[in-house]
Design a protein around this ligand. Structure first.
Ligand code: ZN
Length: 443
């Protein structure tokens, strides 16, 4: 078995891994760098994805798969996507076409992909829908099984490759949430069965492996939000909450809290509209019945309505928590929208700043602008979607893979993950492996 580190092993984002058994290869995830996407962004991420493939690779938006493609491109049998976040999915419209194979994902992930394709570039690959708990036969030597896992978007799965050389688990982005707002808990029973049977290799997310803790449940965010929003004096004030558009569970929480506040929830922002529509198309939520889901071309009209009917009547749920240029909150702060932020209005950041220099700079500019208007800020009301160090330790003990390969982070994160594995008896270079983009591992 060969493992090809294509993207996501030298930095956070643009995840892409290849696995070869005999003369057959599959690709796991095909994402973009969300940071770089935002930097290049003019009128929207779909516009950036229309740029030519070589440009997107040289700008480090898409993974650099040129070397891998030359060697293995013709023998790729499937592209498997674990969940609907852009750093795992949005490389598909850019890179997948040249691999003549199907793209396999859960219904929600496929729905998000379809929307992306519709607005960026056409894709000829066959799309194969696979539910958590099901297995798809890729060829005579390989099949893929989806195992349900909790994360910060819907229908996230761990991908289990069953091959003639043993099983490989690819679990890139998950947490262990005991009280998820939507959906079940991670399928521990199946993971334990796989571990007991013997797993050849585990490729896993190292985003939060440097945090000496466990990642707490999303249900605690609900309590934190209630503690803020139901306690402060919001009378006749605008209340704006900004969070991840793909986090449908959190949007659901916010819509319910709006009812407790006697306010009409308004979901506004282009990516908010896209993700909620995708979730509704596959029957996972009905938010547009409980809230006003604003079509992107009606954003201005809706904001005018809020100004004229009274800002105290609505709870505005929107995009822009990373200070991304062109996101709704940023445009409001820049006075580009028909809505004025007034002293003592309230902005709640239901997010953490993703620690990249671009995001940190963008957010600090946004915070300053908002504060200069006399608006009250509540920040860091958030729980991560990524397993922390002690979750990862439990996971490793559950699976006991023969080989451990961390990904999704730069060298410092990966080294930290290798250190954790060492605490459990793994030896670097023997059964734990530190790969960088472009490297190949033979096990
Ligand atoms: Zn994710």
């Amino acid at each position: 078995m060969k493992i090809h580190a294509i993207g996501g092993y030298s930095e956070f984002g643009r995840n892409m891994t290849g696995v070869t058994v005999g003369n057959e290869t599959v690709i796991l995830d095909c994402g973009v760098s969300v940071d770089k996407l935002a930097t290049l962004q003019g009128s929207g991420e779909e516009e950036v994805l229309k740029l030519p493939e070589p440009r997107l690779i040289s700008e480090k938006v898409a993974p650099d798969d040129r070397q891998f493609y030359k060697k293995y491109g013709r023998q790729v049998k499937a592209i498997i996507i674990g969940h609907a976040h852009l750093d795992h999915l949005a490389g598909v419209p850019v890179l997948a076409g040249k691999y003549k194979c199907p793209v396999i994902a859960t219904p929600f992930t496929l729905e998000v992909l379809k929307q992306l394709i519709k607005k960026s570039r056409p894709l000829r690959n066959q799309l194969v829908m696979l539910n958590a708990g099901s297995t798809y036969k890729i060829s005579n030597t390989m099949s893929v099984e989806f195992v349900y896992a909790t994360h910060s978007t819907l229908q996230t799965v761990m991908c289990v490759l069953h091959t003639t050389e043993g099983d490989l688990i690819y679990s890139v982005d998950f947490k262990f949430d005991e009280s998820p707002i939507i959906g079940q808990k991670t399928n521990y029973k199946r993971l334990k069965e796989l571990g007991a049977k013997g797993v050849k290799a585990l490729i896993t997310d190292s985003t939060r492996v440097d945090r000496d803790s466990r990642t707490m449940s999303e249900s605690l965010v609900r309590e934190m939000l209630k503690d803020v929003l139901l306690w402060i004096d919001t009378k006749n004030k605008a209340v704006i909450v900004t969070t991840f558009a793909s986090h449908i569970a959190r949007l659901t929480t916010l819509v319910r809290i709006a009812k407790l506040m006697n306010r009409i929830p308004v979901l506004i922002g282009r990516s908010m509209y896209n993700y909620v529509t995708a979730a509704e198309n596959v029957g996972l939520c009905k938010l547009s019945r409980e809230a006003i889901l604003v079509k992107p071309r009606e954003n201005r009209r809706m904001l005018k309505r809020i100004e004229s009917e009274g800002r105290g009547k609505f709870l505005i749920i929107t995009t822009g928590h990373q200070g991304e240029p062109n996101a709704m909150l940023v445009r409001m702060a820049d006075d580009q929208m028909p809505f004025t932020l007034l002293p003592e209005d309230i902005v709640v950041f239901c997010s953490e700043v993703i620690p990249s220099p671009v995001n940190q700079a963008n957010r600090s500019v946004l915070d300053k602008k908002i504060k200069s208007k006399g608006v009250r800020i509540f920040k860091d009301i958030h729980m991560s979607g990524h397993a922390a160090r002690e979750d990862m330790r439990e996971f490793l003990k559950m699976i006991r893979p023969q080989h451990y390969i961390p990904t999704h982070g730069g060298i410092i994160k990966l080294s930290n993950a290798i250190q954790l594995a060492a605490e459990l008896g793994y030896k670097l270079g023997k059964d734990s492996h530190l790969l960088q983009d472009g490297q190949e591992l033979d096990i």
